[in-house]
Design a protein around this ligand. Structure first.
Ligand SMILES: Cc1cc2nc3c(=O)[nH]c(=O)nc-3n(C[C@H](O)[C@H](O)[C@H](O)COP(=O)(O)OP(=O)(O)OC[C@H]3O[C@@H](n4cnc5c(N)ncnc54)[C@H](O)[C@@H]3O)c2cc1C
Length: 391
């Protein structure tokens, strides 16, 4: 590479956000003559993640592991099978998605992929200098998926974690119903926490069981393992299986204003940009949607630093998180009310911030109001209603 080249765009991180953004750019004629640099330090390493998401699309451009049209929601009170109506719930293997995206991006005449570590970025008036472990590069605009270190010190607002460990097991003979996945099974929580089992049956003999918390602190591996073992012993006794994969992760569920780190020439993306939906921990849908929105903003010459997502969505997320923040064990009741009193299509559209105000009122009305009113009061008192200070 010519060291004097200034790229039009540099994307740091080719994960869910970076790959979706690169895909959107590469597919749009507006960017045909633009130079796009993609930098990722881990391109040759396997990713131990699967991304699941819902959508009404009949098919996807990229390969998926499995699509479900039915879901289960289970708590100590209800066992509900939910027809997903127009929605499909899909799981994509992160490696297959990355390979697909790389292949597409490489068709772009001026796209370049660099496998190196970004050490530092420095914004100058006319460009951004990117210092990597190999060289110094400049770009007119940088999309950066590195989570800012400042987030680690955030203590003024809500900082819950979605943390989990899962195992993919294989049985010798068909054992499971592969038609419906389990969004949440609250029957065997860990102590007084919002914790549940998430179950993705890829086939009748290959299933992911993931024990998940929406709570303040992570737990030891023994806790996740113990919860999975207890669950399998109780609901699938005498089932012989082999563990073929494991998946573990921690995802922020927070009201932190990630977009405050956006500048004129640097836009934070992905988890680092606040693309994780705070109330769910999902970000794959947002990665597709926000990548499209960024491309539209570029084409219209609009400011890229402005927060993505709706103001209303941010407020609902904050109120919802504050309920869990204050009364973590209340999670089971909260989700039971949500999944048993609303249509799944409305829930998905609400979580995608696509509902009308009227639909939002109906969803709000489906919850017992007291915890929410108390949550709003606490937020008002703390003066952190969606706009907490950060350190
Ligand atoms: C195990 C797990 C499972 C998840 N499952 C789901 C799910 O099912 N559905 C869903 O919607 N969300 C899910 N999430 C949440 C979220 O969608 C993912 O974390 C998603 O990968 C976030 O996208 P991202 O682009 O911000 O980060 P990543 O996908 O992690 O990508 C960041 C990229 O940046 C690179 N990078 C980082 N630092 C540097 C550096 N200094 N220099 C160069 N490159 C760098 C990394 O190598 C990486 O490739 C999951 C999260 C985890 C941890």
């Amino acid at each position: 590479m010519n060291s004097s080249t200034t790229y039009d765009y540099a994307i740091i991180g080719f994960g869910a956000a970076g790959a979706n953004l690169a895909l959107q750019m590469a597919a749009d004629a507006f960017f045909a003559s633009k130079s796009i640099l993609i930098i990722d330090e881990n391109l040759s390493l396997p990713i131990t993640k699967k991304w699941s998401f819902w959508s009404t699309a009949q098919e996807t451009a990229f390969p998926i592991i499995k699509t479900w049209r039915k879901a289960n929601f289970i708590s100590t009170e209800v066992n509900k099978e939910i027809d997903l109506e127009d929605y499909h719930y899909r799981t994509v293997d992160a490696n297959a998605f990355r390979a697909f995206a790389l292949n597409q991006v490489k068709k772009h005449k001026y796209a370049k992929v660099e496998a190196c570590e970004v050490l530092h970025v420095n914004e100058e008036p006319n460009a951004v200098e990117i210092l990597t472990n190999k060289e110094k590069i400049t770009a007119a605009h940088v999309f950066d998926s590195r989570v800012t270190a400042e987030f680690n010190h955030y203590i003024d607002g809500i900082k819950l974690l979605q943390h989990f460990k899962g195992i993919v097991i294989e049985t010798e003979s068909p054992t499971f119903d592969a038609d419906a996945f389990t969004m949440m099974d609250f029957r065997k929580p860990h102590e007084d926490t919002c914790s549940f089992m998430y179950v993705l049956p890829f086939t009748e003999s290959k299933v992911l069981f993931e024990f998940t918390f929406f709570s303040h602190t992570i737990v030891s591996d023994q806790v996740y393992d113990g919860a999975i073992t207890a669950y399998l012993n109780e609901y699938f006794p005498a089932t012989k299986f082999t563990i073929v994969e494991t998946e573990q992760g921690v995802i922020p569920m927070t009201d932190y204003r990630f977009h405050q780190h956006n500048t004129n020439r640097i836009t934070k993306i992905g988890t680092a940009g606040g693309w994780v939906k705070p109330s769910t921990g999902y970000s794959f849908n947002n990665s597709q949607k926000y990548a499209k929105e960024i491309v539209n903003r570029i084409k219209k010459g609009e400011r890229l630093s402005k927060k993505l997502g709706t103001k209303e969505g941010a407020i609902y997320d904050t109120v919802f998180l504050e309920v869990l923040n204050h009364s973590n064990a209340f999670g089971q009741t909260l989700f039971t009310q949500m999944y048993t009193r609303n249509h799944i299509a409305t829930i998905f559209r609400f979580l995608d911030e696509e509902t009308t105000f009227c639909e939002e009122l109906k969803i709000m009305a489906s919850f017992d109001s007291t915890p929410f009113l108390k949550s709003i009061l606490r937020l008002v008192k703390r003066n952190v209603f969606g706009y907490p200070k950060s350190r």
